[in-house]
Design a protein around this ligand. Structure first.
Ligand SMILES: NC(=O)c1ccc[n+]([C@@H]2O[C@H](COP(=O)([O-])OP(=O)(O)OC[C@H]3O[C@@H](n4cnc5c(N)ncnc54)[C@H](O)[C@@H]3O)[C@@H](O)[C@H]2O)c1
Length: 295
């Protein structure tokens, strides 16, 4: 098999199920060696065995993305088994618990931020040096969400974490381009996975100890709405084929739901309109022709 992926090695976090597993299979079908990491080691072994039975080269590693030492271990294991690392897919993510600002549990925010944001930083920090060192180039694929492109009521933690992933990815595009490392950020709307059951893998260190006044009925209604939305989503296998297609055309932003364009268009229009307001301002309007300062 000859294509840009064949014979190369990808490390994928959260690969035991859902989007991570679908990406693992799609990249394996292209001839890649796949290193599957997940916090749920039981599900990981079952999924890995299914892929091995199809003849793919699979290595599994226990990986909690919030633990940097485990990221270092997975890179060491990947190099020992397959020689080089060419791609990291920062896919592991959790949905958190929807709720009002005043009901937000600090432990839940920390869990969402640690997994969804720090987990992506750690993944890049551990894998990028390994991709740089062989000089053949490669890929960083960060899994954000349409939630990173728009705010949603009662979902501040998830949206903020995914907006951070979009922003980190944008920052890394130019940084890694000289190394021939292509950075992409995947922004799906709903995909049929178990994201609405993320609490199943919530680590003990994020157990809720604070006494928040959570309205249990509202929480249940929110959970039911999330379940309905996720179950109406596209299959993860369709998403994986779309990712291959978009990587082949070097897309930075990878969208899986073109119908959501109206959402980002409305947001960008509102942002742009706010500049018109600033230009007309008595206080700051005179800055309109000043040079833009960057570093
Ligand atoms: N399903 C959707 O509708 C949707 C939409 C947009 C973005 N996403 C994103 O896609 C990514 C994958 O989610 P999914 O939908 O496949 O959900 P999922 O719950 O089916 O799969 C997530 C995987 O990540 C693993 N995981 C959870 N915490 C982990 C940790 N600390 N360390 C390592 N692994 C961990 C889980 O065990 C699971 O295997 C997430 O980043 C999610 O935010 C999902």
């Amino acid at each position: 098999m000859s294509n840009e992926f064949a014979g190369k090695t990808a490390i994928i976090s959260g690969a035991a199920g859902g989007i991570g597993l679908a990406l693992a299979e799609a990249f394996a079908e292209q001839g890649m060696n796949i290193v599957m990491g997940d916090i749920d080691t039981q599900a990981l072994q079952i999924s890995a065995d299914e892929l091995r039975a199809k003849g793919f080269n699979i290595l599994t590693c226990a990986l909690d993305v919030t633990d940097y030492a485990q990221w270092e271990d997975i890179v060491t294991s990947a190099k020992a088994q397959f020689g080089k690392v060419h791609m990291v897919v920062n896919n592991a993510g959790v949905g958190g618990t929807p709720g009002k600002i005043e009901d937000s549990e600090h432990e839940t925010w920390r869990w969402v931020m640690d997994v969804n944001v720090m987990g992506v930083l750690y993944g890049a920090q551990a894998c990028v040096p390994a991709i740089k060192e062989h000089g053949e180039g490669g890929w960083v694929l960060n899994v954000a969400s349409m939630a990173g492109m728009m705010g949603m009521p009662y979902a501040g933690a998830y949206c903020a974490s995914k907006a951070a992933v979009v922003s980190m990815s944008e920052s890394w595009v130019a940084e890694l381009q000289p190394h021939n490392i292509h950075v992409s950020v995947l922004c799906p709307a709903f995909v049929k996975t178990r994201i609405h059951e993320s609490y199943r893998n919530r680590q003990q260190k994020y157990a809720v100890t604070s006494d928040k006044r959570i309205d249990k009925d509202k929480l249940k209604a929110g959970a039911q709405a999330a379940t309905r939305a996720v179950e109406s989503g596209i299959p993860a296998t369709m998403l994986a084929q779309r990712v291959l297609e978009a990587l082949r055309s070097n897309q930075t932003y990878i969208y899986t739901h073109p119908n959501y364009r109206k959402v980002t268009s409305a947001r960008f229009k509102a942002i742009d309109h706010a500049f018109v307001d600033a230009k007309d301002s008595d206080v700051v309007g005179h800055l309109i022709n000043d040079d833009i300062v960057t570093f």
